[in-house]
Design a protein around this ligand. Sequence first.
Ligand code: SF4
Length: 285
Amino acid sequence: MKVVVASGKGGVGKSMVASCLATFFHEAGKKVVACDCDVDAPNMHVWLGVKRFRVAKILKCSKKAFVKDEAKLLRCKLDPKVCKFGALKRKGASFEIDELLCEGCGACYMMCSDGIGMRTVENAEIRLAKTRFGFPLAFAQLYPGEKSSGRVVDEIVSFAEGIEHETMVMDAAAGIGCPLISSLKFADHVLLVVEPTVSGLSDLHRVLRVVKHFQREYSILLNKVGLNACIERKLRKKFSRKLVGEIPYAREVFACLNRGTLPLESAKLRKCFHGAFERLVDFLR
Ligand code: SF4
């Protein structure tokens, strides 16, 4: 069973919820593996108190162009404007490619394969750690300026699948781009974390289009309740059958953040997290 925790917007508490959910399943006696698929900005390891990790695999799923032969580039009369990303530059008779700007589209290579080469580069690493609760966490970190985050998500999920488990809790990247889509294709269920704000509502509709496109079962957890009573009423009315629970916008959440503990461990918050996750389990049956 794979549960993907997602949101159309960053900063709504998705990683916190994913970390609490993995811990909830672990406490309930399930064999859990947590998988952080937010490869641009992973932080489940922070919530789950990871002190040490080992690099399990270096990924090479990105390509970059390089200057192979300047003389041949001159003969090709390669115009740097062929690169729409501004990575290809010419200074007199010399060419250079800015690696951070190169998107690996291959346009320059198609125009002059004698002078330009394409090479595969290391773009991310997969890390494996034991959380302070005792269950494993697999997470990937994209290297600075690197791309192919969707493919990195494929790799991290395949890696996590190799770890013995009954339930995988995946923390997807915020938004509706490639990393989310790569996470969704593995999902048995999607838990959408929503905050009751104007942008939160708009982003929920956007992410729902993607979730529905892939015909995934979903439920909704309303976080930061107390921010906007009007939007909260709207969400309760519209998604009454999908809503698993509500987490208050409370000082205690920030106190947990400062202490480096999970809200699930707080006596004040435990009940609402447990209530929500128990309803989620009903959805999963
Ligand atoms: S591969 Fe594409 S992005 Fe990279 S330098 Fe060539 S044209 Fe520019």
